[in-house]
Design a binder for this molecule. Sequence first.
Ligand code: CTP
Length: 409
Amino acid sequence: MALAGARVVLGVSGSIAAYKAAEVVRALGRAGAEVQPVMTAAATRFIPALTLSTLAGREALVELFPEGDRGAADPGAAAGAWTKHVELGLWADAVVVAPATAQTLASLAHGFCDSLLAAVVLSARCPVMVAPAMDHDMWLHPATQRNVERLRQDGVTVVEPASGPLASGLVGQGRLPEPDDLVAEIDRWLGEARARTGALAGTTVLVTAGPTREAVDPVRFLSNGSTGTMGFEIAAAAARRGAAVTLLAGPVALPTPPGVERVDVVTADDLLREALAHADADLVVAAAAVADYAPADPSDRKVAKTDGDLTLHLRRTPDVLAALGAQKRAGQTLVGFALETHDGEAHARAKLARKHLDWIALNAASTPGEGFGTGTNRLTLLAADGRRVEIPTASKRTVAEAFLDAVAP
Ligand code: CTP
């Protein structure tokens, strides 16, 4: 049980489902967790703070500025009290917001610090989970869905609301899961999060990501639609696990993930040069969509159009991953990507063997929700030793975590 001895901040916001928070506190207690309830002011309209304080054996906290009416007139009384959110953020092994209202999701998604609960989430160094509960239409509203997606991108785990009768009288998705189910989910999630932390400390990881650009003339180039997202998410996930990560990035519009050493490249030749300079990494993930051909003789002046057609003579670019495979050292793990439109698995297996890889990640370009330019992905991982791992459709961040769970040394 991951929850045994764990310190959990239970955030409660103002949904009718707040009454279930009492049962959640008790179930967390039964699982051995220490629970600190933090409520929004709206939550106290649905359930008294005294109820949660009594069940948790700790005062349920509500106010960001707990000095109340006295304010600055009695600064001594408030000294240290307003920094409670920072203390709680450091104290907690997990922050779980259940129920999370549309309002609280919006505030967390945008980083507002308008309540003690929001301040604790902003200060938290531990994993954060939200369990939304609201009316069906509020849940499905594009604004709510956008906020949920933002939170996912920030690494927050979102528990899908359950379906059933809602307090509004409507029937649909929007219910807080039953407390015992929710606590089982929290236990599983916390166990996974613990296993990942520091799992790659002391290892070096090299990731290639994004497209390359091969010049036709000073203003035109050959390239492809890769956005680099999958590679950037893998680099970010490896850094979160404590690895020293170098990210070789083609031209993409993405911020550098925290803790990652980024080297920008443009052409396949640049990528080869930088990859060979970092070729001793323990884990190499080649997620870049490298152009296989480049104009053999790029013009140094802009090519003006004529009435006739234009023929470009293309040369093969270096295969970066094959070059790394050819000089692979013992103990090194090499992973390639394959984007196929047909006979995916056979082609991917052939690449796995030809480039001396340990794993190849196959995504099918023709399936909606996968591959270039989408927020989600689905991968089939094939190993040289015959193993096969399916990673179901999820945000690229979630897929990156599962990818590392499978391939990391
Ligand atoms: N790769 C590379 N250098 C290249 C081409 C590809 O490092 N010049 C890497 C990619 O990052 C990816 C894998 O090799 O990990 C893709 O293999 P590849 O055989 O090049 O596949 P595609 O070019 O996608 O497909 P095909 O060979 O079928 O055209």
